[in-house]
Design a protein around this ligand. Structure first.
Ligand SMILES: NC(=O)c1ccc[n+]([C@@H]2O[C@H](COP(=O)([O-])OP(=O)(O)OC[C@H]3O[C@@H](n4cnc5c(N)ncnc54)[C@H](O)[C@@H]3O)[C@@H](O)[C@H]2O)c1
Length: 356
C-alpha cells in the first residue's frame, strides 16, 4: 500500500511518496509540469531502467537533459559541482527550471547542493534509489560536496520540492549496500520509534529477503521519525542531533579507514554498539537492553568487532567530530530502547573502556 508523508516547515513543505512503483505519472507529473527544462542527474551505477522510467514520464511535460557522474563517493566533488553548473549555464537553465536527482546519497547530495546555489536556488526533486538514500539522505534538506579537507564540508540546508521513494528500485541493490541502509533504519528504531524497533525484531528474515510489504513499512516508519525530527529542527540546533546516534564513532571508524573498506552503515552499526555500551556503563540502560541491541545488530549480519579500533587511533577523529560544541564532546546516548538524548556529561573513562 503506497504511503505519503510531509516534511518541512509551513511554506517550505514537501511530500514524500513511498511505495512499489511510485515512480509514476501520478506522483511525478505534478512535481515537474511547471518546469520547461529538467536536468536528470544520476551516476553510472544507477540501473538504466530507473533513469529511463523517469526520463519517459518527464519528457511528456518538459525538455529533458541528462548528466551522469561516475559512481562513487569521489564524484561528490567541487570539480563535478562546477561541471554541472557549467552545463546548466550552457543549456540556459533559468530559475523556473529544475533538477531531478536519481540515485544514492552521492547523487542526491551534489544535486541538492547544485540546486541550492545555481542562480541562488532552483527547485529539485529527489528520487533516491539506495536504501540509505531512501531512509536518510533524501529527506531533511542536507546537501553537500566533499573537499580535500574533509567530507561534506561544503553544503547547504535546502529542501527538495518532493521525494519519490520507489521500493522496487531496491531489487538491484547489492546485499552489502542494502544492509548498510538497514543500519540507519535500526537507528530510528533505537532513538525514537518503538513500532519500528518491534517490526525490525520480528521480521528479520523477511526484511533481509526484501519482502516488499515489510520493506515499505520500515521505510515509512523510518521517514516518519526523520521527517518529524527535521521539521522540528531544520538546521540542527537541538533535537536533530539525536539522528547522529552511533555516528560520532561511526565517522571516526570511517575516517580511520580512510573511507575505504567499510561502508557508512557498517561503521554506524559499530558506532551504535559503542554508544549503547557507553549508555550501559553510564547506567542509562540495563545490561539486558544492551544485549538486545547487540543481538539485533548481529541478527542483521553486521560485523560488530571493535578489536582493530583502539581509543588512541580513533580519538583524533572523535574529537574532530561535528558533535563537538564549545570544546566539549556531545554524545548521543540511550535512556532506554527507543529513547535517545544528547549529553556532554559522561565519564570519559567509559569511552576509553569500550574502545580498549
Ligand atoms: N544528506 C544527508 O542527509 C545524508 C545522510 C546520509 C548520507 N549522506 C551521503 O550519502 C552518501 C552515501 O549514499 P549511498 O550509500 O546511497 O551511496 P552511493 O550514492 O554511492 O550509492 C551506492 C552505490 O549504489 C549504486 N546504486 C544506486 N542505486 C542503485 C540501485 N537501485 N541498484 C544498484 N546499485 C545502485 C550507486 O551507483 C553507487 O555505486 C554519502 O556521500 C553520504 O555523505 C547524506
Amino acid at each position: 500500500m503506497a504511503k505519503e508523508l510531509v516534511a518541512g516547515r509551513k511554506n517550505n513543505q514537501y511530500k514524500i511518496y513511498i511505495g512499489q512503483n511510485s515512480i509514476s505519472k501520478k506522483n511525478l507529473v505534478p512535481l515537474i509540469k511547471s518546469h520547461k527544462k529538467l536536468l536528470i542527474i544520476s551516476d553510472s551505477g544507477v540501473p538504466k531502467e530507473i533513469i529511463q522510467k523517469v526520463h519517459h514520464i518527464s519528457k511528456a511535460t518538459s525538455k529533458i537533459f541528462a548528466f551522469t557522474l561516475n559512481q562513487g563517493e569521489s564524484s561528490k566533488s567541487l570539480g563535478n559541482f562546477q561541471k554541472i553548473i557549467n552545463f546548466l549555464i550552457e543549456q540556459q537553465f533559468d530559475r523556473s527550471d529544475a533538477i531531478i536527482a536519481v540515485g544514492g546519497g552521492v547523487v542526491g547530495d551534489i544535486s541538492g547542493y547544485v540546486a541550492s546555489s545555481y542562480l541562488r536556488g532552483i527547485q529539485f526533486i529527489q528520487i533516491p534509489t539506495t536504501l540509505l538514500a531512501q531512509v536518510d539522505s533524501s529527506v531533511g534538506g542536507k546537501t553537500a560536496i566533499n573537499i580535500s579537507a574533509g567530507k561534506n564540508l561544503v553544503g547547504a540546508f535546502y529542501n527538495p520540492k518532493g521525494v519519490i521513494i520507489d521500493t522496487s528500485s531496491l531489487h538491484s541493490l547489492p546485499t552489502r549496500e542494502f544492509r548498510a541502509g538497514l543500519a540507519e533504519v535500526i537507528k530510528y528504531g533505537l532513538i525514537q520509534n518503538k513500532k519500528l524497533l518491534s517490526l525490525l525484531s520480528h521480521n528479520i528474515v523477511n526484511i533481509l529477503g526484501r519482502q516488499p510489504g515489510i520493506v515499505e513499512q520500515i521505510i515509512y516508519e523510518s521517514l516518519k521519525t526523520k521527517s518529524k525530527i527535521v521539521t522540528q529542527d531544520e538546521k540542527e540546533t537541538g533535537i536533530r542531533a539525536i539522528l547522529n546516534f552511533g555516528h560520532t564513532f561511526g565517522h571516526a571508524i570511517e575516517a580511520h579507514e580512510k573511507y575505504k573498506k567499510i561502508l557508512h552503515g557498517e561503521a554506524v552499526a559499530k558506532g551504535m554498539l559503542v554508544a549503547s555500551k557507553i549508555s550501559c556503563l553510564e547506567g542509562c540502560i540495563s545490561e539486558k537492553d544492551f544485549l538486545k541491541i547487540s543481538a539485533l545488530l548481529e541478527a542483521y549480519g553486521f560485523d560488530l568487532s571493535l578489536d582493530q579500533y583502539k581509543y588512541l587511533d580513533l580519538k583524533p577523529f572523535i574529537f574532530r567530530d561535528k558533535k563537538m560544541q564549545g570544546g566539549s564532546l556531545n554524545l548521543i546516548l540511550l535512556t532506554g530502547l527507543s529513547k535517545a538524548f544528547v549529553t556532554n556529561s559522561f565519564n570519559s573513562k567509559n569511552l576509553k573502556l569500550v574502545l580498549s
